[in-house]
Ligand binder design. Sequence first.
Ligand code: ZN
Ligand code: ZN
Length: 358
Amino acid sequence: MMFTERQQRARTLLAEHDLDAIVFCARENLRYLCGFTGSDGVLLLTGDFSLFLTDSRYTTQAREQVAASRIEEYPLQSEAVVTALREAGARRIGFETSLAYGKVNDLRVKGEAHCEWLPLREELETLRLVKTAGELAAIEAATELNAQAFAEVEPLIRPGAVEREVALALEFAMKRRGAEEKAFDFIVASGPRGALPHGVAGDKRLAEGELVTIDFGCRVDGYHSDETVTVAVGDVADEMRRVFATVLTAHDLALAAVAPGVPLAELDRIAREHIAAAGYGAFFGHGLGHGVGLEIHEAPTVSMRSKAVVQEGMVFTVEPGVYLPGSGGVRIEDMVLATSSGARLLTRIPKHYRNLLA
Ligand code: ZN
Ligand code: ZN
């Protein structure tokens, strides 16, 4: 039922873009549209049928999981796709922009000469934009693991601890509680390393008087969590206290502005203006946030360039940051669900200023 509904929504793209078929290969889209959780397969969607193609490693799994009119096993993927398209009489064929150039070219060369291949990007991004209750349950299971793992690891976040060990302890705590996988390489950036927005955990030891930025998440039932906590180990310099207060207020202001119909670019602007007014405008170089779901970064983008507006059911991050080269940095990140009455926090770790040595 759920997959039938999703495939029907994907089918509306056929008419909108005058397509005969769409070839789906991205794992996240396969999982979303037909339930397949393996790593290799193709879903071919036309106006009246859906065909799932996979190799012998996954045939049994596909028969158990996949919702499609037909499931077929292939020895060679590209030939199976081309044959199926020929049988369907497809001439205009959409594909995901994430599909490797080599694969697209292979399909072009092997397929009928009259076929037109059209990349679909924004068109497909809207498919997974609004989350259902089932999807939210998986996301919240993942954010709950963030909270539990952080509570367990917090006593280790002390002067002398190695960044890499903190990261490893968080990963271990999440996996032991049932996380399928970590969502990305965790960032544990202490002191001056906090000025690197993507400083993955290294060999540096935490020192008293530093801020530590920890950006981490996991995956449960295919869905991700993503959260950033910045905490102090000991008393930090006044300037970094000021930076923390600035980032926290920017974060709070953006959260408070979330409501259906508000342009996503406006959320970015609200946070950015606050940071600029405090004199740190030049040190907030990234967008305010991003959608999270089956992919750790997915639609909607929350930045100055965003064209979309907040829609009920969207899940995205709000993660302003200020990075002062040589001194350190602060990022505070929460995941929110947009509801009719505003932002509902999905992440649970408190974000107020905390000195873990106090
Ligand atoms: Zn993050
Ligand atoms: Zn993020």
